[in-house]
Design a protein around this ligand. Structure first.
Ligand code: DWN
Ligand code: SAH
Ligand code: ZN
Length: 407
């Protein structure tokens, strides 16, 4: 058993999703046997602090580097989400300060910091993936191409001084050396500054059986209960929580130095709700694991039956999440012929492990498949609003969240 990255106690297995490839490495063509990197995807729960986390670790350079393909700006809903947040910060935390400084971990293509840069506010994005870091720079964002950890934080503090706001979206849960990150945050933050991060919420993953939120890059499934404990261990306090609908359900956590800010009632309310529903109980998590196995069986049975009946099936959105689904269920090109996706860096390549060709989303109608498996289910509203003709021509969407359904 592995050791908890928060408290050091042992992590007990909750769900074994088997041998998996890297979720964001799309090979240019189907690799020869043995040429693709695989690791074991197992989710566990700490016997001490209850933090839900992966057991095994993939070296960070294999995941986040020059060719990391994810582009945050690929969704209009997410672009609005991040520009709204930047404007909120500009109008609240940053307003009235003489020369405020904002640091973002995992700024990706600058989807959030672009708005901060346009407002002329001092900022720095810390982004280890070189390709997307340059995209952010091209839009006027100042970027340090590095992994954020304690040493990086010390270097930033020495060069730029303390940060009023440190922000991380869908990034803190990607960093297994979380203690080093929290120490760095503590070192870099002004005395009354805030560290805000948003990540997929354990409560939503369990409620919706969204097991594709579990993959190499997602080391943690946080909750208010476990984040409060994480903060406490680093001289910080959880002072606010806000539930977000994006990416299938997330929580935005706000941390401040212990004793510096009063906690909003929302914190105690969410912690109480988690206790009430026994969110961290081994029995709850075991039931979640059963639901995952059930939904995976249902999905493979549906796809197999549709193919036997002579229907064509494609998929929509070559998400990192879908690597877990296709590899756990054994969904390859014989079941799903093509995955359509808007990301140039994924197109013309094949999906990790299962080697389904990825084609531009613009080719979805040439011709439409009978069924489209919605891998980007978290962007369902945005995608369905655009792809109305698929339905009009008799096409049907398939989802597997919260359960397997033809829509
Ligand atoms: O946590 C993470 C999140 C924020 O982003 C990272 N570890 C990696 C990545 O995860 P993902 O790939 O599962 O994220 P998305 O946002 O669900 O990916 C959507 C995919 O679908 C992208 O490849 C773009 C594509 N897409 C599309 O083809 N048409 C997306 C939209 C909205 C569309 O309309
Ligand atoms: N914030 C964006 C990107 C999320 S994808 C959004 O919400 O859409 C996760 C990002 O974290 C990637 O861009 C990856 O390169 C970055 N990342 C991974 N490890 C990191 C680390 N140690 N420090 C800073 N960024 C990191
Ligand atoms: Zn622990």
């Amino acid at each position: 058993m592995s050791q908890c990255r928060v408290c050091g106690r042992s992590v007990e297995l909750v769900l074994d999703l088997g041998s998996q490839p890297l979720s964001d490495v799309f090979p240019p063509e189907p690799p020869a046997a043995g040429q693709e990197f695989f690791y074991r995807l197992q989710l566990g729960r700490c016997a001490g602090c209850a933090t839900v986390q992966l057991l095994e670790e993939v070296p960070r350079e294999r995941m986040f580097g020059e060719h990391y393909p994810y582009r945050s700006s690929g969704s209009s809903v997410m672009r609005t989400h991040f520009s709204d947040w930047a404007k909120h910060l500009l109008g609240t935390e940053l307003a009235g300060k003489p020369d405020p400084f904002v640091v973002e971990l995992g700024c990706n293509d600058g989807v959030m910091l672009g708005t901060i840069a346009e407002a002329g506010v001092r900022h720095l994005g810390v982004e280890p993936s070189g390709g997307i870091a340059r995209t952010a720079e091209e839009r006027g964002v100042r970027v340090l191409t590095a992994y954020f950890e304690k040493e990086t934080a010390a270097a930033i503090a020495a060069e730029d001084g303390p940060a009023d706001v440190i922000y991380a979206a869908n990034t803190l849960c990607h960093i297994p050396y979380i203690g080093s990150v929290l120490d760095g945050v503590s070192e870099l933050l002004t005395d009354d500054g805030i560290f805000v991060f948003e990540d997929p919420y354990l409560g939503d993953v369990v409620a919706a059986t969204s097991f594709d939120q579990i993959y190499d890059e997602h080391y943690f499934l946080f909750s208010a209960t476990t984040v409060a404990e994480l903060a406490r261990r680093h001289g910080l306090a959880l002072v606010d929580v806000e539930r977000l609908a994006v990416h299938g359900g997330e929580v935005r956590y706000t941390l401040a130095r212990e004793g510096k800010r009063p906690a909003s009632p929302a914190v105690a309310e969410l912690v109480a709700e988690e206790a009430e529903r026994r969110l961290h109980d081994p029995a709850t998590l075991a039931a979640f694991a059963d639901s995952v196995r059930h939904n995976a069986r249902e999905l493979i049975a549906l796809l197999t039956r549709l193919r036997e009946d002579g229907h064509t099936i494609a998929a929509y959105g070559a998400t990192a999440k879908s690597a877990t689904v296709t590899n756990f269920c054994g969904i390859g090109p014989e079941l799903v012929t093509t995955v359509y996706d808007t990301t140039p860096e994924k197109q013309g390549r094949v999906t990790p492990g299962t080697h389904i060709p990825v084609s531009p989303a613009s080719a979805f109608d040439a011709p439409y498949p009978d069924y489209a498996l919605l891998f980007a289910w978290n962007h369902a509203a945005e995608i369905m609003a655009r792809e109305t003709e698929f339905r009009e021509r008799g096409g049907r969407w398939i989802t597997y969240v919260p359960d397997v359904r033809v829509l």
